[in-house]
Unconditional design. Structure first.
Ligand SMILES: [Zn+2]
Ligand SMILES: [Zn+2]
Length: 340
């Protein structure tokens, strides 16, 4: 028997499944404050099995058992850079590959909680190799992992060689309790920083001349799949991964840097999966993609940020899933391109 909580719901002819509307963003920024709602929002991310929880566990495991020691990274050498690249390419391939295999190749949950009713593109001149999945894999693995590795190695090398303020528990320069508070707090601040950075970089990428040169490549994916997450033009990768540079000025432990990397890459893979949640044994096991970014891929000039911070609400580009918002979005797009 099918659990009623996982049945598709859609009042629109455009979607196979829609969440309850209007779309919610992080209530931490609601005014007047609603602490209970904000607590529930963070509890969903941090106290249950969630993408963020998986990313933190992965960051700890990779730091303890796989990553090169800091002393080695203090000197620029091919060996450890290659190890970082190899770890990144294996993790990203395993994550996107298994999600694609489960949801699209084997269709293990059919169309349950799938937003867009269509299949991924095949035999279409829009895509490199005329195939959406092959196009997305190519740009992700060749350009995406290279830029990711470059920026990650840059901050690790800077930290290890003393050029950046790498945080270590043993440093002890802030007393005993403060380092622990900072260590925990940074896991909450990184997603907020990421949302802030992404909103502005992404808005810039939608400036029509830059859109045509670079960002249009990511937007080949009107309907998205797991491999679409990091499928971007090299110019976009170069901008997207500058968010790691925050670690050059903010004291961070290597586990923070790794978590940040997985939030930025594996998080994007899940958020482009095209499915609201992973369903196994007729139960929602874990949340995958929010409808917020799915709407961005369908209607373009809306929802430039993420649900973690309401930048789009503050600057008038928020699409809450309603038909009125779609009309407004098409009008905004027309105005943007008429003025060019
Ligand atoms: Zn996207
Ligand atoms: Zn975009």
């Amino acid at each position: 028997m099918t659990d009623s909580s996982i049945s598709n719901s859609s009042k629109s002819k455009d979607w196979n499944h829609q969440p309850a509307l209007p779309i919610q963003t992080n209530p931490l920024f609601n005014w007047p404050p609603e602490p209970r709602l904000a607590f529930r929002w963070f509890a969903k991310n941090w106290l249950a099995l969630s993408q963020v929880a998986i990313q933190i566990v992965l960051a700890v495991v990779v730091y303890l058992f796989i990553f090169p020691p800091l002393e080695e990274m203090a000197v620029l050498q091919f060996g450890w850079v290659f190890k970082v690249w190899l770890t990144n390419i294996i993790l990203l391939s395993a994550f996107a590959g298994s999600m694609h295999f489960y949801l699209y190749s084997m269709r293990k949950q059919g169309d349950k909680l799938k937003y867009d009713p269509r299949d991924l593109g095949k035999d279409s001149g829009v895509f490199t190799f005329r195939n959406q999945v092959h196009d997305n894999m190519f740009w992700t693995l060749v350009s995406g992992v290279s830029f990711w590795t470059f920026f990650q190695c840059l901050v690790f090398h800077a930290g290890a060689s003393g050029l950046a303020p790498l945080f270590e528990f043993s440093s002890g320069y802030w007393g005993k309790l403060l380092p622990l508070i900072w260590f925990v707090l940074l896991f909450f601040l990184i997603p907020l920083w990421s949302s802030f950075h992404f909103y502005w970089v992404h808005r810039f990428l939608h400036w029509p001349p830059l859109y045509k040169i670079a960002h249009a490549l990511h937007h080949r994916n009107v309907n998205v799949g797991p491999w679409s997450g990091i499928s971007m033009h090299p110019i976009e990768h170069a901008l997207y991964f500058t968010n790691f540079l925050i670690h050059l000025v903010v004291p961070s432990h290597p586990v923070h840097i790794l978590f940040h990397a997985y939030f930025q890459t594996l998080g994007a893979v899940a958020n482009h999966s095209g499915f609201e949640s992973l369903v196994y044994r007729d139960k929602k096991q874990i949340q995958l993609a929010d409808f917020f970014h799915q709407l961005h891929h369908r209607y373009f000039e809306c929802n430039y940020g993420t649900v973690e911070m309401p930048w789009d609400k503050w600057f008038g580009s928020f699409h809450d899933g309603s038909e009125e918002a779609t009309t407004e979005t098409w009008q905004r797009k027309k105005r943007m391109y008429q003025s060019q």
